[in-house]
Design a protein around this ligand. Sequence first.
Ligand code: FAD
Length: 389
Amino acid sequence: MKITYDFAVIGAGVFGAWTAYLLRRSGASVVLLDSHGAASSRASSGGETRVIRMGYGPDELYTRWSIQSLPAWGEFEARCGTRIFHRTGVLWLGHDSDPYTAGLWEVMQRHGVDCEKLSAEDVRKRYPQMTFPDITWAVLEPQSGLLMARRSVQLLVHEAIKSGVTFQQVAAFAPQTPGGANSARSAFLKTGTGETISAGNLIYACGPWLPRLFPQLLGDRIFPTRQEIFFLGPPAGGLDYQPPRMPVWLHHTHAERPYALPDIEGRGFKIAFDRHGPEFDPETGSRVVEESSVVVLREYLATHMPGLAQAPILESRVCQYENTWNGDFLIDRHPDYDNVWIVGGGSGHGFKHGPAVGEYVCARVLRDAPAEPRFSLASKQSMRARAVF
Ligand SMILES: Cc1cc2nc3c(=O)[nH]c(=O)nc-3n(C[C@H](O)[C@H](O)[C@H](O)COP(=O)(O)OP(=O)(O)OC[C@H]3O[C@@H](n4cnc5c(N)ncnc54)[C@H](O)[C@@H]3O)c2cc1C
């Protein structure tokens, strides 16, 4: 059957869900496809929670996008009437020779972000359950916090469907052209069930699957890496590990780049290491954490969070980052087709920016708005030199 839509969005993670939702709100007809359903356990957006913070070191672009996205999440929360944001505060743990903390302080000041400078002594007094011997100062973002990730994406898709988006749980193939590969500039879509979908534009928001779909173009430009997460059980009555006594915190000056989210909705205290893990296949990779990671975790806790050093692991997860070479997103037209777009490269920090990504894609595809050079395919290299954190 041949159906015509203005847009086919492939991938119902946070990038595809916001894009489909906003395209529909602008009046376009949209079909949204996902092989495993919205924010499934394989998807990068399928986790329990994600941090939303304004600080990006000296990087203005993502600070601006966070500033743009936070109220959009709030508006969506009000519209759907379900809690998706917890204003826990976000604490950056820095030291004097760390340009990242100095940079984020300066950029947030310049952009009028509510933030507070704390001394190491302030941190010790305010958060006695944590010990950070290496820090000399910290920055608190009191208005930032965390998003309920899977819940918010599934709600977005639900709202999108209510507003007229067609959703199908089906796998899509790479773009097809009538005479075979690359024989025309305008592509259509074929699904795993043999259906042909014609749409004015095809938007591939397939996160870590993008290199599988476009191996020649993206095989060496997006690198999915295996990332492990732990949820620890605080002691009975453990208010020290919940807001308001515990914010989200990022110990980015430590070699493993640990970060933690307080115990929310009884799930446990969440902790992970932001350094990149080994390469990972989002479709077939095993989601069982390594025993060696538990050893590293316990060592870290013993020094920095002694009250949880022996806390039981309530839950663990393996997810994947979909990294570009430096951490900048990839949002650009496919070079071989006029009507195919690629939206991805969230690189371990994309979730919070879902609304800004959706708005940017809409502006590009609906109004031919100027492109941000940092998101271009041409800017993507095959070496790895992470620069966006
Ligand atoms: C452990 C971890 C912690 C993170 N922490 C944070 C954080 O604190 N803050 C933050 O802002 N970001 C964070 N991120 C990053 C953020 O979660 C991702 O950048 C973001 O979720 C990527 O969303 P996406 O929509 O691009 O991809 P995904 O969520 O992976 O969605 C892609 C979708 O495409 C579908 N798909 C793939 N191929 C096909 C096909 N052929 N046909 C149909 N459907 C297809 C998949 O099923 C999937 O649902 C974290 C990521 C991880 C893994």
